[in-house]
Design a protein around this ligand. Structure first.
Ligand code: ZN
Length: 312
């Protein structure tokens, strides 16, 4: 596999999540609604007269510990895990209603989203999907941090991290398809060092953080139970990267290399990419020869969900 669906997709039914924001600690209820073809991902603050903010690079706000969108002073915070789940699961169009400023952190991963999408089902829409196909390299370097995107088939990511002990250096390579995303990337949780906790709490940055939504790292390793993968940390960085690059507005077709990067580097790449009109084109996803369009279309709306998603 590895070939994304060639038609746009949305949710077959609404979904609801509630929880607290990782950084704000604020309680939030979030509803994900199906949206028409061509509409993309649009956030809606139901507590502010349904003010809407599209998930695009031009609405990126200040970025440090999380990625936030802002328009006319209205903020939507910590969008990366949900946007990652949308791209990873092949969803193009959705309305995201939230009644507070930050998305719920849930278990710190994107797995609750992916599982919920499979429950609700994924519906194929009557519009050809476009990917953002990379034509020329675009790179961002800042000291030892680096991120670059290159022409290539599929959506491949190579990520290297080098954190203080006990994480150290980890490297992973992923070829992003709905199947690999759901099992290899979505379950990886966010993480934080116990030694940074007081400083971050004093700064008001992790009011909602706890062992139920983040890997808590002590001097010798995680303090809250076994890891989901030995290299869960670098997998989570891939999860974040996919969510941040979603702000390019389309799934990428190309190869991404990231080293010691983070949200600021990820979104800097999106900005540079969108400005450099010679570096990419919007291209239709080719119809896979094994699944004629007529068959693929006959699955639409059947409620098969994952089967429809994998059907191209
Ligand atoms: Zn994250």
């Amino acid at each position: 596999m590895g070939q994304p669906a060639h038609m746009e997709q949305t949710l077959a039914a609404p979904l609801e999540f509630s929880g607290i924001g990782l950084h704000s600690g604020a309680p939030v209820t979030m509803r994900l609604l199906p949206a028409p073809a061509g509409s993309g991902i649009v956030f809606r603050r139901t507590d502010l007269d349904n003010f809407e903010i599209a998930a695009t690079g031009r609405n990126v706000a200040k970025v440090s510990y999380a990625t936030s969108l802002m328009r006319q002073g209205v903020l939507i915070s910590t969008t990366e895990h949900l946007l990652s789940a949308f791209i990873g699961s092949g969803l193009d169009n959705a309305i995201v209603e939230i009644d507070n400023l930050e998305l719920p952190i849930l278990d710190g991963s994107a797995l609750p989203y992916v599982e919920a999408f499979q429950r609700a089902g994924i519906r194929e829409q009557r519009r050809r999907r476009e990917v953002l196909r990379i034509l020329q390299p675009v790179e961002v370097r800042e000291g030892e941090k680096f991120i670059g995107v290159y022409p290539g088939s599929g959506y491949r990511i190579e990520y290297t991290i080098d954190f203080p002990a006990p994480i150290g250096r980890q490297k992973t390579r992923v070829d992003l398809a709905a199947e690999t995303y759901g099992t290899e990337i979505a379950p990886a949780r966010t993480f934080g060092y116990k030694s940074d906790e007081k400083k971050l709490r004093d700064m008001g940055l992790i009011r909602g953080a706890g062992p139920e939504n983040a890997i808590v790292l002590g001097a010798s390793g995680p303090e809250n139970g076994p890891l989901r993968f030995p290299d869960e940390y670098v997998r989570h960085k891939v999860l974040d990267l996919v969510g941040d690059l979603a702000l390019a507005g389309r799934r990428l077709e190309g190869h991404v290399v990231a080293m010691r990067a983070g949200h600021a580097m990820h979104t800097a790449l999106v900005s540079r990419l969108l400005k450099d009109r010679a570096a990419w084109e919007l291209a239709h996803v080719p119809v896979a020869s094994a699944a004629p369009a007529s068959e693929a279309r006959s699955e639409a709306g059947s409620g098969l969900g994952h089967a429809a998603m994998a059907g191209a």
